[in-house]
Design a protein around this ligand. Structure first.
Ligand SMILES: Nc1ncnc2c1ncn2[C@@H]1O[C@H](COP(=O)(O)OP(=O)(O)OP(=O)(O)O)[C@@H](O)[C@H]1O
Length: 679
C-alpha cells in the first residue's frame, strides 16, 4: 500500500548510496502525485473513465424486461478470456465490440447513451423486440459499423441530421417499425453505407438522393413515399420500392412528364470546397496513378491466377452430378505456402489466401491440393454447395462453399472460427480448416462415409439397403442429444447454439455414430438469408412472434425426433415459416389423440421387438420438445438427460407426471399413448 510515508522511509534508509538516492528521488517525483491523489478527499478525485462493464450495467438498468441479461455479473469481465462472454456481448481480442440482444421481448424506450463510452463498440443489434418511442440518439456513436433496430415498435420522425458524423456506418436496419416523416437526409451522405433497410414504416415524401456508390442494398418498400426515384438508386431491385404511394422512374415505370426529371442533387455544405480540393488532388493523383497502375497490373495478374484456380469449385445451382478435375500442373512449391495453422495463433491476423487450420491432429494440405483433386457434388443446400474431395494423403474431405456469410467483418469472422475450432466433442464434426475471402468462404470437414441421417430416413430402401433399425436410430438420437448438450454448455452466449439442426446436418461415421454439422454459424450468416433459410427461423416462435430463444433448438430437436421415429419428411423444411397445417408435429399429435400411436412409427424400421417402451418414451420427449408455447416446452438439458436415460433402460417414471401438463396443451393425455403395432 502506498502512503505518504513510503518514499520518506525509503529515503532515510537508503541515503547511503548514490544509486539508491537516485531511485528514491525518482520514486518521490513519480509517486507523490499519485499518493496525493489517493489521499485527497473523494470529491476531489478525478473521475476515472467508466469501464465497459460499468457502461453495460448502466445500460441494463435502463431496460425493462431485462431478465435475459440478469446473468451479467459485475464481478466478472464482460469478455472472459478463453471462455464465455456476458450474454449478448460480442468481444474481439478481449474488448466489447458489440451488443446483440435480439428477440428478447424487450420493451420501453431504448436509451443508448450509457453505451457511448465503450471505445471499441462497433455493432448494436436490438432486432425483434418491442422497443417503442422515438429512434434512440446515435450521434455519439461515430465508430459504429452496424445498427440493427428492425422489427420493433419505434415511432415518430427521425431528425434529418440523426446520422451526421457516422462515417463508418455500413449497415442500418430500421425495417418494420412505425417511423414517420421524411427519410433523414443525413443517410444520403454516409460515406460507407452498404445496406439500408427502411421498409415497413410510414416514411413519406421523396427519397433523398443517395450519393454512395457502394450502396448494395436499399429497401424502401411498404412506406408512403412518392415522387421520382433518384437516379443513383435506379439499378436497385424494383421490389425494393413496391408498396409505396406514388414512386416512379427507373427501375419502376417512367414518371409523368412534369415529375419525370431526376430530383435536384442536393449539395452538402462542404461540397464546393471539396470539389476544389478534389481538382488539385486529382492532378497529384494522376502522377501517382501511373505508378500505381504498374503495381496493380502485377497484382491483377497474380489475383486472376488465384481466382482461376478457386473457381474450380462451381457455385451452387450447377449440375448436381458434375464431376471435374482441376489443373494437375499447379506448382507444388508455391502451394506449400498456402497453409497456416490457426490453432495456436490467437489474435494473430491470418494471411489472406491461405487455408487456416483449426485442428492440430490433422495432416496438413494446402489450397492447391484441394483445388487439384477431383471433386464430387454432394448437394446444394440453402447456404451453398458441398463437395466431396480426396487429397493426396487419401483423406476424404467435404468442402462447403458458403454463400451469404458476410454478416461480420474479417477479424470477427476469424474470431468466431477460432471459437468453433476449440469445440471438441465426439458428436460434433470439427471444422478442420477454412478459407476466408471477403466474398468467399470455404469450410472443410472430414467426409463421413455413412452420409447424413436424412439420406437414410428418406432414401428408397431395398433388401440391400434396409431402413435404419431401432437400435441404430436410438444410438443416433442419443449422440445428437449429447452433441447438443455440449453445444449448450459451451456456447451459452449464443441465442441459439446450433441454429440449423436438421437431419441433413447430422452425418454418420462408419459405425453410425452421429456428428452434428453446420452448428453455431448464425452469428456469421447474413441476417436476411438466415431469416429466410435457417431451420430455426421456421419455428413457431419466429414465425408467429418474431423471436428466437435457446428453446428454438429444442423445437428443432423435437422435429428431428419425430422425423426419426416416423421416417416422414418435415414439410416445413421446404416452406418458409411455420405452417401448423403442414407440420409433422400436428400430424403426430393428431394420430396420438386419435389413439393411433402405433401407426406413427416408420414402417421401414426393423428391430422394434421388445422396444415399445423406449420408442414411446422417445415419442413423448419429441412431442414435449415440440410444444408450440416455449414456456411449456422442455428445456434442452432435460431433453438430453431423458434421451440419455433411454439407453440405460431406466427411463424416468416421473416423466408421465411432468409431461402431463405439456401434453395437455396439445390435448394429448398420457393415456393416449396406446400402442398397437403390427411388427
Ligand atoms: N462431412 C460430411 N460427410 C458426409 N456427407 C456430408 C458432409 N457434410 C455434408 N454432407 C451431405 O452433403 C449434402 C449437402 O450438404 P449441405 O450442407 O451443402 O446442404 P444441406 O445440409 O442439405 O442444407 P444446408 O445448406 O441448409 O445446410 C447433404 O446431404 C449433407 O448431409
Amino acid at each position: 500500500m502506498l502512503t505518504w510515508e513510503t518514499p520518506v522511509m525509503l529515503a532515510s534508509n537508503t541515503a547511503s548510496t548514490k544509486k539508491l538516492a537516485f531511485i528514491t528521488t525518482f520514486l518521490i517525483i513519480v509517486l507523490c502525485p499519485v499518493t496525493m491523489v489517493m489521499s485527497q478527499p473523494q470529491a476531489d478525485v478525478l473521475p476515472l473513465p467508466a469501464s465497459d462493464a460499468d457502461c453495460l450495467l448502466r445500460f441494463k438498468d435502463t431496460l425493462v424486461n431485462a431478465s435475459f441479461i440478469s446473468s451479467w455479473d459485475p464481478s466478472i469481465s464482460p469478455c472472459k478470456r478463453n471462455s464465455e462472454n456476458w450474454f449478448g456481448v460480442l468481444c474481439v481480442t478481449g474488448n466489447v465490440w458489440g451488443l446483440q440482444l435480439e428477440g428478447m421481448g424487450l420493451t420501453g424506450k431504448l436509451d443508448l447513451e450509457p453505451l457511448a463510452a465503450i471505445k471499441n463498440l462497433r455493432t448494436l443489434s436490438f432486432m425483434n423486440n418491442k422497443f417503442n418511442g422515438s429512434m434512440p440518439s446515435v450521434k455519439n456513436f461515430g465508430a459504429l459499423k452496424s445498427l440493427y433496430l428492425s422489427n420493433n415498435r419505434f415511432t415518430g420522425e427521425i431528425p434529418a441530421d440523426a446520422f451526421d458524423g457516422m462515417h463508418h456506418l455500413k449497415k442500418l436496419l430500421l425495417a418494420n417499425n412505425a417511423f414517420r416523416g421524411s427519410i433523414p437526409s443525413s443517410l444520403a451522405y454516409l460515406p460507407m453505407l452498404l445496406e439500408l433497410r427502411l421498409n415497413g414504416n410510414q416514411f413519406h415524401g421523396e427519397i433523398p438522393y443517395f450519393k454512395q456508390k457502394d450502396l448494395k442494398l436499399a429497401s424502401f418498400e411498404n412506406n408512403d413515399l412518392e415522387g421520382p426515384i433518384p437516379e443513383s438508386l435506379s439499378n436497385m431491385d424494383p421490389v425494393s420500392f413496391s408498396g409505396n404511394k406514388n414512386l416512379c422512374g427507373p427501375p419502376l415505370s417512367p414518371c409523368s412528364s412534369d415529375s419525370g426529371s431526376s430530383p435536384d442533387l442536393p449539395s452538402s455544405p462542404t461540397e464546393k470546397n471539396k470539389n476544389q480540393s478534389f481538382f488539385i488532388i486529382a492532378i497529384v493523383l494522376i502522377v501517382i496513378g501511373i505508378i500505381l497502375m504498374i503495381i496493380s497490373l502485377v497484382v491483377c495478374i497474380l489475383h486472376t491466377r488465384r481466382r482461376k484456380s478457386l473457381s474450380a469449385y462451381p457455385s451452387a445451382g450447377q449440375d448436381r452430378t458434375e464431376k471435374y478435375n482441376y489443373d494437375q500442373s499447379t506448382d507444388k512449391d508455391k502451394a506449400a505456402d498456402s497453409v497456416t495453422s490457426y490453432t495456436s495463433r490467437r489474435g494473430a491476423v491470418p494471411d489472406q489466401n491461405k487455408l487456416l487450420f483449426l485442428q492440430d491432429d490433422i495432416q496438413r494440405f494446402d489450397l492447391q491440393d484441394l483445388l487439384r483433386a477431383s471433386a464430387e457434388v454432394l448437394g446444394s443446400g440453402s447456404f451453398g454447395s458441398s463437395y466431396k474431395t480426396g487429397i493426396n494423403s487419401g483423406q476424404m474431405l467435404v468442402v462447403k462453399r458458403y454463400k451469404h456469410m458476410n454478416n461480420v467483418g474479417r477479424d470477427e469472422f476469424h474470431e468466431h472460427m477460432r471459437r468453433l475450432g476449440r469445440l471438441k466433442h465426439p458428436n460434433l464434426l470439427p471444422i478442420v480448416a477454412y478459407y476466408y475471402r471477403r466474398e468467399e468462404k470455404l469450410l472443410i470437414a472430414e467426409f463421413m462415409p455413412n452420409r447424413s441421417l436424412a439420406s437414410h430416413l428418406h432414401a428408397n430402401h431395398s433388401v440391400d439397403q434396409p431402413g435404419l433399425d431401432w437400435p441404430t436410430r436410438l444410438k443416433i438420437i442419443q449422440g445428437v442429444a449429447k452433441g447438443l448438450g455440449y453445444l449448450f454448455n459451451e456456447l451459452t452466449t449464443l441465442t441459439i447454439p446450433h441454429g440449423h439442426l436438421k437431419s441433413s446436418n447430422v452425418v454418420l461415421d462408419e459405425s453410425f455414430e452421429p456428428l452434428l454439422t453446420d452448428y453455431a454459424l448464425r452469428p456469421v450468416m447474413n441476417s436476411e438469408q438466415s431469416h429466410n433459410l435457417m431451420i430455426s427461423y421456421k419455428s413457431p416462435e419466429y414465425s408467429l412472434k418474431g423471436h428466437l430463444t435457446k428453446k428454438t433448438d429444442v423445437w428443432c430437436l423435437g422435429v428431428l425426433i419425430l422425423e426419426l421415429l416416423t421416417g416422414r419428411f418435415p414439410e416445413n423444411y421446404l416452406s418458409q415459416g411455420y405452417d401448423a397445417n403442414m407440420s409433422l408435429v400436428t400430424w403426430v399429435s393428431n394420430m396420438v389423440k386419435e389413439k393411433k400411436t402405433g401407426d406413427v412409427f416408420d414402417k421401414e424400421m426393423t428391430g422394434k421387438k421388445n422396444c415399445k417402451a423406449e420408442m414411446l418414451n422417445l415419442l413423448k420427449i419429441g412431442l414435449s420438445c415440440c410444444e408450440e408455447d416455449e414456456e411449456r416446452r422442455m428445456e434442452m438439458r432435460d431433453a438430453v438427460e431423458k434421451i440419455e436415460r433411454l439407453k440405460e433402460g431406466e427411463f424416468d417414471n416421473d416423466f408421465a407426471s411432468t409431461t402431463h401438463n405439456v401434453f395437455a396443451s396439445r390435448l394429448i393425455d398420457d393415456d393416449d399413448f396406446g400402442f398397437a403395432m403390427n411388427r
